[in-house]
Design a protein around this ligand. Sequence first.
Ligand code: UDP
Length: 405
Amino acid sequence: MRGIADYKGIAEQGDLRAIEAMAEKLKGRTMLHVNSTAEGGGVAELLQRIVPLLKDLGLDVRWEVMKGTKPFFEVTKAVHNSLQGKGVHITKEMWDEYEAVNRENAERIRPDADFVVIHDPQPALFIDYKKRGVWLWRCHIDISGPDRVTWYFLKNIVERYDGSIFSVSNFAQSVSIPQFMMQPSIDPLADKNIELSEEEVRRVFERHNVPTDKPILLQVSRFDPFKDPLGVIEAYRLVKKYHDCRLVLAGGTATDDPEGERVLKEVLDKAGADPDIHILLLPPFSDKEVNALQRGSTIVLQKSTREGFGLVVAEALWKKKPVIGGDVGGIPLQIVEGVTGYLVHSVEGAAYRIRQLLMNPDVAKRMGEAAKEHIRKNFLVTRNIRNYLAIWLSMEHRDEKVIYI
Ligand code: UDP
């Protein structure tokens, strides 16, 4: 099993020292994480990575997953949408179901630990069963423009916690309890990010019939209108008038998402018969493929018009690729304008920046170096471990309302 020592020489030394010092103080103490899925989705992925590392540090860590009924998950999906501003009304019966499933799960899980982290709204009512310890509500979603009624219901629950953690300050709400900011992270030792040999990279391009004879522009993302794949094709066409290059659009094949299918069809139509546009449908768990595609590209795009954190940006920057991305969600935290990439607001802007980088490979190379360093310093999984330990300890000295760590 992987341990924190494996990150020596990769992660920031200061982070590793701080982690060791704080873990020493917390050795043997108990930590509990509760979320609503064991796999699939960013939250589960993050917990799969950090829980073993926390255990390796000598903490007694438990990760429990809620068991819900179908109606319960329909309610929490509605709550999720409503918190993201999609005017869904949550009825009294729905809240009753929410309460009942939280009660059953809390009775089964018995949430008793020195430090308890409850992820997202699904298990938020576990707070009713608090006996002791420090309790944090960890919000992974953007609740900056919620349905007011739903938010006030949830706010009343959340404010009974000792503190809250949000991913990006723009996604947060004002609450009367201490608020922490903790950005998502990538794991440099995961299949998606681990170093690959040139040979491994070459084989992936070969398997997908993408020749590597010209500069390659890449966007990896779900076929979702907010990821703006059509805008990416338009930008590529503007660039293509001046620079010969290829465009790779790689995305999942979620057949249960009718919107995804519609967007994919639009993308295929727009690409037409252009032999230099490659649309790759990757099956789930294609981590090494994504890794190789990112490593083998010249420039990575993430031209989103709306975004969560945008982890795919961090993944590409880590591989020394300058990223041209939309100025939305968590992307501006990762793209330092002109240093690790460029933020854009239009098709023309994206095309302009692509041309600029294609014409100046030395600049692109320098940006790539800075990009990796920016991610190494700020967005590796070890930073999340440091954050959790620091929040835990700082909650024992609760003097400031907002603490950035
Ligand atoms: N991803 C993948 N295969 C795909 C498309 C995306 O593995 O076909 C991964 C991508 O590498 C990243 C995650 O899915 O790790 C997407 O996260 P992000 O925050 O960028 O966007 P989201 O899809 O959550 O809006």
